[in-house]
Design a protein around this ligand. Sequence first.
Ligand code: GLU
Length: 256
Amino acid sequence: MRIVIKIGTSTLTYAGGFVNIRRIEALCKAVSDIKNAGHEVILVSSGAIGMGVGKLHLSKKPSDIAGKQACAAVGQCELMYTYDKLFGEYNHTVAQILLTAPDLSCEDRLAKFSNTMSWLLGYGVLPIINENDTVSTEEIEFGDNDTLAARVAVSAKADLLVLLSDIDGLYTADPHTSRDAALITEVRELDDEIMALGGSAGSALGTGGMVTKLRAARIATEAGCDMIITNGESPENLYAVLDGVAVGTRFYAKRN
Ligand code: GLU
């Protein structure tokens, strides 16, 4: 199985931007084990801006584009250094791929992306993708890695997209404010009612929220790829996904 796993900033870092070592270690271990079991994995990892904020000892994420891009440039090094070190402990080699939106919509660039991915996966390398934040501008940016992950899953013809979030999945209402909120375990039709559950919540360092996850679900499922939203706090959720145990919310691909 070829599986794209997206990890959000709030899963990787504490609120101040410092690396959540316990979490990231558990995740790297789970992903390494999944690779050892014979699956092809592509990681889409956020965290560059957040780790830049931590590394630069800023009190919060800058609000201007240049500030965010500068934080991403600093934090991306820290992010890849951490992954290289931790995956290296399990004998896995990582590769950094930074993309902007046109890279996956322009035919020529897409062909180059696909060739490079095939080569890396063929050699057992773990590609780790993030947006090329330094050169992304408002007009061309993915803006959030949920959309990027969905576009990567489609372009790489993945069988499954897993979004690791700081929430268990899609709820009938905001679980932070509503006691009656119930987890929706499966979605077979992304109708207006489901799309309306998106809301706008996101973390202080990250960019996405449920709304970008539902947009990602639309991109993935329309292209024939199942998508799961589950909690990144427990890497055991990744084992469960691969063992066919229901966790989080599964969005079923449209089969034509
Ligand atoms: N590319 C951004 C980063 O690495 C993340 C965007 C997002 O939060 O989805 O910090």
